[in-house]
Design a protein around this ligand. Structure first.
Ligand SMILES: Nc1ncnc2c1ncn2[C@@H]1O[C@H](COP(=O)(O)OP(=O)(O)O)[C@@H](O)[C@H]1O
Ligand SMILES: [Mg+2]
Length: 349
């Protein structure tokens, strides 16, 4: 596992010093994906460089598997770096080397025997689903395939921490999903601690077990993804929810904004609301995610029921919070769930 304690990085000296990272604390267990999300200039790339030991922190510590790395002398530092594999944004492959040759680089650099390198590279190519692309050059690969090569190269020295800096940025949504699926698989199969740095909220929703929001070099909010998504007081949790785009309710029905208030919401809540209120409950929009077996998310439901208190109570008994909300009066006929939602309601039901 990796633990960051009071990590601070300042550039410049004296009155010109600028603090880019300010006393960051977080820990990532083996088998966990920890996402760090934040706007441009927040300090994400600086954090990457401090974690993979390309930059020395000004103060604070980076502990991997119990060993403090940030203050090691240069020689030992090179060795310690092997415990942290880094995946960079897409174009970081060497263009004159094939996929296999790119993956082999860290092994060659270490002086691993050619025969052993060859076997390890074949195994890694297979692991990321590119067994058939060994001899291809980067320009002959798709963006997603290049990222897979980058991931394989980061894993070459069997690190226990995988650090990903904007690894899915610039990829289309489908490719992003497949790269994210690979990272989650590797997290489980290799028991990796993954630090996933991104500016994309919707990718966080797909990939993270835990998440921290970085702003002006500080962590302003953090927690387990599922806790943030079910916490109504959490600004980060709200920001992580995909936007709803509800269809307008049918004649006379009123739209209700429904959010999960409990982890024990029955899967057939919509049918049960219909039964208890004695009218069909129309699902106008929903973005429900299943995060580690817990459903969270929000929905817009159209109802005719006259008593707001009755509606609220009915939802509350099922572990849901309902508030009268506005539909989109200008919306035409639409699907009930956004196509790009991580999982639609049907998936959750
Ligand atoms: N070598 C450097 N010297 C001085 N300032 C730097 C240096 N590197 C980054 N910064 C500053 O640190 C801040 C955070 O940058 P960066 O880590 O690249 O943010 P992000 O990756 O979140 O966009 C920016 O204001 C940037 O100008
Ligand atoms: Mg950056």
């Amino acid at each position: 596992m990796i633990r960051i304690d009071q990590l601070t990085k300042a550039y410049g000296h004296g009155p010109d010093a600028v603090t880019v990272l300010d006393k960051l604390d977080f820990a990532v267990d083996r088998g966990e994906i920890f996402a760090v999300v934040g706007p441009s200039g927040a300090g994400k790339s600086t954090l990457t460089q401090c974690i993979n030991l390309l930059e020395r922190p000004t103060s604070g510590s980076i502990v991997v598997n119990g060993q403090e790395l940030s203050s090691l002398p240069e020689r030992q530092l090179r060795e310690a770096r092997r415990r942290i594999g880094t995946v960079f944004q897409s174009a970081s492959l060497f263009s004159r080397r094939t996929a296999a040759q790119n993956i082999a680089m860290p092994l060659e650099y270490l002086g691993v025997e050619p025969r052993e390198t060859k076997a390890r590279v074949a195994e890694l190519l297979e692991r990321v689903g590119l067994g058939h692309r060994a001899g291809h050059y980067p320009h002959q690969l798709s963006g997603g395939q290049r990222q897979r090569v980058g991931i394989a190269r980061a894993l070459a020295l069997r690190p226990s921490v995988l650090l990903s800096d904007e690894a899915t940025s610039g990829l289309d949504p489908e490719t992003t999903r497949s790269v994210v699926a690979l990272l989650r698989e590797l997290r489980d199969d290799l028991d990796l601690a993954v630090v996933f740095i991104t500016h994309e909220m919707d990718t966080v929703l797909q990939v993270a077990d835990s998440v921290a929001k970085l702003e002006h070099g500080r962590i302003v909010e953090s927690g387990r993804l599922v806790d943030l998504l079910t916490d109504h007081g959490s600004a980060l949790g709200r920001a992580l929810q995909p936007q709803l785009d509800p269809a307008p309710p049918a004649d006379g029905a009123r739209p209700w904004q429904v959010t999960y208030d409990s982890r024990n919401v029955p899967q057939d809540w919509l049918q049960r609301v219909s039964q208890e209120l004695g009218e069909p409950a129309a699902l106008l929009a929903a973005t429900i995610q299943n995060v580690n077996g817990v459903s969270t998310g929000k929905a817009t439901v159209g109802l005719h029921a006259a008593s707001p208190d009755l509606v609220r109570d009915t939802f509350a008994r099922l572990g849901l919070r309902a508030e009268p909300g506005s539909g989109r009066p200008d919306a035409g006929a639409q699907d009930t769930a956004r196509e790009d939602a991580p999982a639609t309601l049907e998936h959750a039901l």
